[in-house]
Design a protein around this ligand. Sequence first.
Ligand code: SF4
Length: 84
Amino acid sequence: MAKNTTNTEPGSTALYSSGFFNPVTEQCEGCDRIIEVESAKYCKSYAIPEAKWKLGICNFATHVKPEIKVVTVKINPLKASKRG
Ligand code: SF4
């Protein structure tokens, strides 16, 4: 029986250059999940990194965090005391 010469084991780098994985995008630069295979950079978590940035920040990105805006609302103490 002939053996498959392409190693597609999860830990293998051959999987990344097999054509299934797309290279990372500009927004991915600096992320710890980037793996370099044959001078091309791929994401360890996603096959299509570009798709992760289409709707905002990639939720697995290690180099950027979403900004959380804290809004302080002033409540009139007189009105607040009348609330149930
Ligand atoms: S986890 Fe997200 S930001 Fe990091 S390399 Fe992958 S797609 Fe890019």
